[in-house]
Design a protein around this ligand. Structure first.
Ligand code: DQA
Length: 145
């Protein structure tokens, strides 16, 4: 099994960015957590981060036929991007939506997620651990458990 972890704008600034909301662990720690989770559980996982909506769409398109599942935190694009939703639906790869913060407890504009209706699951507010949970969820889903 091979999974792709996609992170949107400003996730590269983890650790620096609003640590009271997003924690003190940086993006490198997130990438290491993904690699460790993959190794421990016998699957492959690659990470991609971009601050650009079109690059995220390109990466989702390229995932077709390559990856079995996607973990995606579109960050601010969660609340605005029909293009990312359409790309995810186009490739029809099962995906889990992750948010580091508890978006449901934050501003009104964060209450909308364009991708949520198409997601196999959504994980919010578990910090970077949420990515591990999402990967394991996908592994179980694809194993038919
Ligand atoms: C976020 C929540 C979004 O509202 C915000 O724009 C982000 C990060 C999260 O992981 O909690 O950039 O997706």
């Amino acid at each position: 099994m091979r999974f792709l972890v996609i992170n949107g704008p400003n996730i590269n600034l983890l650790g620096l960015r609003e640590p009271s909301i997003y924690g003190t662990q940086d993006y490198r720690a997130l990438v290491e957590l993904v690699a460790e989770t993959a190794k421990e559980n016998g699957f492959e996982a690659d990470c991609f981060q971009s601050n650009h909506e079109g690059s995220i769409v390109d990466e989702i398109q390229k995932a077709y036929g390559v990856y079995d599942g996607i973990v995606i935190n579109p960050a601010a694009y969660t609340h605005t991007s029909v293009a990312i939703l359409d790309a995810l639906k186009a490739v029809a790869i099962p995906f889990v939506e992750v948010h580091i913060s508890a978006v449901e407890k934050r501003e009104d504009f964060r209450q909308v997620s364009y991708i949520r209706p198409a997601a196999s699951s959504t994980i919010t507010g578990h910090g970077i651990e949420g990515y591990r949970e999402a990967l394991l969820f996908l592994q179980n889903l694809l194993a038919g458990k």
